[in-house]
Design a binder for this molecule. Structure first.
Ligand SMILES: [Zn+2]
Length: 175
């Protein structure tokens, strides 16, 4: 591995440790020429299979690019998006497979995005899950409301929020 400081073509490992979750190895290296130290991180490569059949390496940047549009105009910071991409990567890596479908990556986005911003979540879900009617939105919103009620009974911080609007009607049965 080249030294990132002086570009010397070799470096020496001085320390190596596995991360707490066992999914990466971090190495401290020292350059024998300039003596400076730097770290490298080694993780199993993770391949994403797109619907077209194309395989490409998992990329947090691509996750962020996919979510950013849904977050337009919403109070979501770049840091929060970076954190979300990290959560998505952790969640797809937890499955322990070397290859995942692009669909699975999309599924892994839903939960952390819902935590971050429900409007962005609905936008993302509407594209990702191909909502094609108002009923699809109503069903998704009804689910969010139902979960607010559940979490309100568990979490003290949520219970101070105003009660959700009374359920006026059940979502119309479809089909
Ligand atoms: Zn060096």
């Amino acid at each position: 591995m080249h030294c990132p400081f002086c570009q010397f073509a070799d470096s020496r490992v001085v320390d190596s440790r596995t991360s707490d979750d066992g999914q990466s190895i971090r190495r401290r290296r020292q350059c024998p020429r300039c003596g400076r130290r730097f770290s490298t991180s080694e993780t199993a490569s993770l391949t994403v299979l797109k619907r077209s059949g194309v395989a490409e390496p998992f990329s947090r940047d691509k996750v962020i690019a996919g979510v950013r549009k849904a977050c337009q105009g919403r109070p979501v910071t770049a840091d929060q998006l970076a954190r979300l991409a990290q959560q998505v990567e952790e969640s797809v890596r937890t499955a322990g497979r070397a290859e995942v479908d692009a669909h699975d990556v999309g599924v892994a986005v839903l939960a952390p995005l819902r935590e971050l911003d429900e409007v962005a979540y609905l936008r993302y879900a509407s594209v990702y899950q191909a909502f094609d009617s108002l009923e699809d939105f109503e069903a998704a919103i009804a689910l969010l409301r139902a979960e607010h009620q559940v979490s309100g009974t568990v979490s003290g911080t949520v219970s101070e929020a105003p009660a959700p609007a009374a359920e006026r009607e059940q979502p119309a049965a479809r089909g």
